[in-house]
Design a binder for this molecule. Structure first.
Ligand SMILES: NC(=O)c1ccc[n+]([C@@H]2O[C@H](COP(=O)([O-])OP(=O)(O)OC[C@H]3O[C@@H](n4cnc5c(N)ncnc54)[C@H](OP(=O)(O)O)[C@@H]3O)[C@@H](O)[C@H]2O)c1
Length: 306
């Protein structure tokens, strides 16, 4: 089975490529950086530039499933320029994949697209658990971006291509992601929660994110699926688990909301919003998590020197 992976050089993409190659998948990948096209041993790279609608159609040759992870980082300061890039990198790239396949007509064999999405699609909620049936509304920048991104991905259905969307939570990895910026203060014993620390953190270990992408591909899942561990925790518990895994004390009070809002503005929603997200649907689909609990997940990640 051949996959075309976008965003293959990123945090999730690198781990996914490694696992998929070990399971015998053939891999093509698209990169916006010409130098990276030859970087992945065992996979064939192709250059694309979604903002200029540039793509090499040879990337689709023999491809059964597209795994679409590409998107500019959301952790850069949300200036109007960066916000535009966060949105356009996801929308333009999805549109370019779709229009290219459409033009190829019968000259492609793509049957499915498995696309990254994010739990940021859900309305923030301190008390209630959300699932894939929870209504979503574009009430904030992040909700609006993710809703629009999913809407573009859904267009593949018009070409009789199955669509699966994995709404990813906070990815725990030693290679980067959410633990990157938290590592230094926590390792110094200065880890602290944000706001009142009661906000829900729906996290997932990188090994399980990769497992979910492989499961969705192999079993041709369709629809939206939450890619989160079955046991979300409060942010206080999240930082405590990180401190414990790094064998550092946790004693500081949470950093007040107003200070975070003053420092990073609208972007403060990334650490202050609360999401208690259900993993029931992927469990019902037979997925078995390697890391269902935060303590074991953090300990495993900390072993690799975050
Ligand atoms: N990590 C998380 O905690 C998390 C949580 C929720 C959702 N997600 C979503 O899951 C996807 C993968 O996450 P990740 O953590 O692996 O992201 P990442 O490490 O930032 O990698 C994303 C990849 O997207 C490509 N990219 C960057 N800017 C682009 C642009 N302007 N146009 C097209 N491609 C661009 C890059 O590949 P090239 O340089 O090779 O082009 C990059 O390696 C992302 O869409 C992200 O939003 C991640």
């Amino acid at each position: 089975m051949k996959l075309l992976i976008t965003g293959a050089t990123g945090l999730v993409g690198r781990a996914l490529v490694h696992k998929a190659l070990s399971e015998g998948f053939k891999i093509h990948f698209l990169t916006t950086n010409k130098n990276k096209a030859t970087h992945i041993n065992g996979a064939k790279g192709f250059y694309w530039n979604p903002s200029q609608s540039e793509i090499d159609n040879a990337c689709f040759e023999g491809v059964d499933t597209i795994i679409h992870l590409a998107g500019a980082s959301i952790s850069k300061l949300w200036t109007s320029k960066n916000k535009k890039q966060i949105r356009s990198s996801r929308i333009d790239s999805t549109r370019l994949l779709l229009s290219s396949i459409e033009q190829l007509k019968t000259l492609h064999q793509v049957k499915q697209i498995v696309a990254a999405s994010a739990i940021g699609i859900y309305p923030p909620d301190f008390d209630n658990t959300v699932d894939e049936n929870t209504p979503v509304h574009p009430n904030s920048f992040m909700e609006d971006v993710v809703i629009s991104w999913e809407r573009e991905v859904d267009q593949f259905k018009s070409l009789d291509i199955k669509v699966a969307k994995l709404r990813i939570g906070l990815v725990l990895s030693a290679q980067g992601g959410v633990l990157g910026p938290l590592r230094i203060p926590t390792a110094l014993g200065l880890g602290a929660a944000f706001g009142n620390g009661k906000q829900g953190q729906s996290w997932i270990h990188i090994k399980d994110v990769v497992g979910l992408f492989i499961a969705a591909t192999s079993a041709e899942w369709e629809g939206a699926f939450n890619a989160v561990a079955p046991h979300p925790v409060s942010q206080t518990k999240f930082i405590k688990a990180l401190s414990k895994a790094l064998k550092r004390p946790y004693f500081l009070p949470p950093i007040p909301k107003f200070l975070i809002r003053f420092t990073v503005g609208e972007m403060s929603s990334l650490v202050l919003d609360s999401h208690w997200v259900s993993a029931d649907k992927v469990l019902k689909n037979g997925f078995v998590f390697s890391f269902p609990n935060i303590e074991e997940a953090m300990e495993e990640v900390a072993k690799h020197k975050i």
